[in-house]
Design a protein around this ligand. Structure first.
Ligand code: 3AM
Length: 293
């Protein structure tokens, strides 16, 4: 019931593979009828757990049409794979920008506003993303910023208003997940605070530590501190503090954070274009250097 009938290999002409994950491959393709470029995520269904992730991802994406979420287009069953067709984000990920460039505060604020708009939308539909990190924030060359990868998302219901299972990516996970407390949408806000630190410092806190140590530090270390706080404005520091409040009840919601002066003073998304282009250029150069043929 979730997938479309028909042969996607006739509808789309594949171009190139852009990435590989555990059980999935992402490639670019062109819709032969419209000429529109799309991304196709091909997920192997041979693993039972990947089937659950797929169903989850399709359900969230289908109901999640919003300017700050990667748009779902279609899905198909092809042999033992599920093909998820979505809009192609031609500017790479925020992780690429963080790795290859240095972001100014106005740019950090612009990315924050766009991501918080996406989170506000998801949370208004009682959906928790549960894997917010810079790798899952995709960019367009026009400066657009969208949340991606809904495989771990959870739909809350009136019967189940909180979740308990420990999922996510360690460095970005909120303390209440590790302490096994029932948790809600605010875990995404903590993770976005960690993305804020990535944008300032180039990496999440505790990156070089073992995962057991990271877990312990997140549970007991309080709000992670910036390495050189005096280099940032008071608004940015306060914004991060509001995201990284260890007490879930005191942590701000996406809606509240959209009113924070750091966010309301953000530059327009078009200001991100030079940064995104610079990151893409740097990545192309390093790829050319590592494979000169
Ligand atoms: O391997 P890297 O990090 O370069 O950003 C995603 C990741 O790239 C990219 O595919 C790789 C494997 O997940 N990706 C996923 N969805 C995408 C989309 N809709 C996408 N790139 C562009 N548009």
């Amino acid at each position: 019931m979730l997938v479309s009938e028909g042969d996607p290999e006739a509808k789309y002409t594949e171009l190139e593979t852009i990435g590989k994950g555990g059980f999935s491959t992402v490639c670019t393709a062109v819709d032969t009828a419209t000429g529109e470029e799309v991304a196709i995520k091909k997920i192997s269904l041979l693993q039972e757990s990947s089937t659950d992730l797929c169903v989850n991802e399709i359900q969230v994406m289908r109901n999640g049409k919003n300017a700050n979420l990667v748009n779902y287009l279609d899905s198909y069953l092809v042999d033992e794979e599920l093909w998820l067709v979505m809009e192609y984000m031609d500017g790479g990920s925020l992780h690429d920008v963080i790795r290859e460039t240095c972001m100014a505060e106005g740019e950090i604020a612009a990315v924050s506003r766009e991501c918080l708009q996406g989170l506000d939308f998801l949370h208004s539909k009682q959906v928790i993303h549960r894997d917010i990190k810079s790798h899952n924030i995709l960019l367009g060359l026009d400066g657009s910023v969208k949340l991606a990868d809904f495989g771990l998302a959870a739909q809350l219901t009136p019967e189940q208003r909180k979740r308990r299972s420990a999922v996510g990516t360690t460095y970005w996970m909120a303390p209440e997940i590790f302490t096994r407390k029932p948790y809600g949408p605010k875990v995404d806000i903590w993770s976005f605070g960690i993305v804020g630190i990535e944008m300032v410092e180039g990496a999440p806190p505790y990156l070089r530590k073992t995962s057991a140590t990271v877990r312990q530090l997140i549970c007991t270390g309080g709000t992670p501190r910036l390495q050189n706080p005096r280099q940032q404005s008071a608004w940015l520091r306060d914004f991060l503090h509001c995201c990284l409040e260890t007490d879930e009840d005191r942590r701000w919601s996406a809606q509240e954070l959209l009113q924070h002066p750091f966010v309301t003073s953000a530059k327009p998304t078009s200001s991100l274009m030079p940064l995104i282009m610079a990151a893409q250029q740097a990545l192309r150069s390093s790829r050319a250097l590592s494979s000169p043929d």
